[in-house]
Design a protein around this ligand. Sequence first.
Ligand code: AHR
Length: 501
Amino acid sequence: MKNHARLYIDTNRIISDIPPLLFGGFAEHLGRCIYEGIYDPSSPLADQNGFRTDVISALKELNFSIIRYPGGNFLSGYHWMDGVGDRKQRPRRRELAWQSIETNQFGVNEFIQFCREINTLPMLGTNLGTGSIEEAASLVEYCNAPAGSYLADLRISHGFRQPHDVKYWCLGNEMDGIWQIGHLEALDYGIKAREAAKLMKWQDPSIKLILCGSSSMSMSTFPEWDRNVLEACWEYVDYLSLHCYVGNRENNTPRYLAISSQLEQQVDILAAALRYVKAKLRSKRDIYLSWDEWNVWYKAQNWQGGWTPAPHLIEEEYNLEDALVVAQWMNVFLRKCDILKIACLAQIVNVIAPILTNPTGLVKQTTFYPFNLFRKFTNGKSLDVLVKSPVYHADQVGEVPLLDVSSCYDPDSGTSTIYIVHRGLSENLPLEIIWQDLAPKTVIDIYQLAGMDPKAANTFERPETVVPIRLPGFEIKDKTTTLIVPPLSFTTLVCKFDVTN
Ligand code: AHR
């Protein structure tokens, strides 16, 4: 095992069906995500709804299964009524979370139109910072009730006869954080969230509710916060949220690329908290995890908008090593999808995003590509791959396998995809894939994102510096596939089974 790796794949060794909402996104009223990103009616690139057509088509490529909105920290000071009805009457307000001006030209109805345009599901947040439980329940009525009550009829008067039928709802945002507008202690949040949940489900019993878990593992209240709020709300909610941002602050690439074990640990601890509370409460119901903010974020740290609309805030530029971290994150999603059912990339445009816009166009950042490949080729069931890989030493982590891997298998289409991150900085690694039961007939496609420079990035001037190349497929002989994996790479191997075998 010194200088080559082996993967053992058995299509019977199933972790879970792939959850449909694992490849979601997040759009906040922050910086230029909404304004100048998604919505820019004065742009020559805008359509009749004011949406940037170039952004819409790039987002369609990413094909998010769900999008969380409107925040984020913004949510905790936001009153949804400000953003509905006649645009000319909507208030222009000081927005405290990001010290910006919120013009309210984009609100809930524009968001629903946007979701329809890119064929995704909406996930709406309710303000449990400055907002009341009544305001939270009112938004459910406004969105989901049929004609015949004040708020449903208000929606109809705004041009939306049919209910929006929003299924997924967040009970506030990062309420454990002192930076949050209206931050609460766990017990207080637990009570407020439970009461909001009751009213919201009375408005529409079919909705699914996401409770705020800890905003990161580094919080001193982690994971006590999670246990406390779960105990208060268990019978009323459906998911517990987790958030995480990572980065290469010490400029130590081997250590940065060892990230996946830390990400898995976060899921494992919360999965244990879920099991503990379920047992303690003798409950029959299950609650799952929603990783509804995740991304690389450490370079861009400008948080304050100077009381202007659409300021340039936290527009992170991503490089190759960041893309390899994003790919590992999605490997973790597949490996943990028995408990993790929802995930939202934070965010989707301009703000820590795979797409950056300027007035004349956009650039697809390095992180666009792993997301795109996972979204395209992940179907069916997630497989538990046995990985035998050489290791390297990473500071403060210890021995780390050179390869980080996940795989899925779709019996309906007879396809299987293997996702492989090679963390090594300089050496090719020979790899053997051993199919233990069924073996595919061919590798139909190989996509590879790779390079020698971990800091290589796509820019407006050089937008194609880091893009995946497509390599020719080949026949699989003797249930074994061999290939050479280049250093600093992410490989997607799409395999096809003979439907008669
Ligand atoms: O995504 C940026 C911010 O990060 C969100 O507003 C907040 O929820 C998190 O701290």
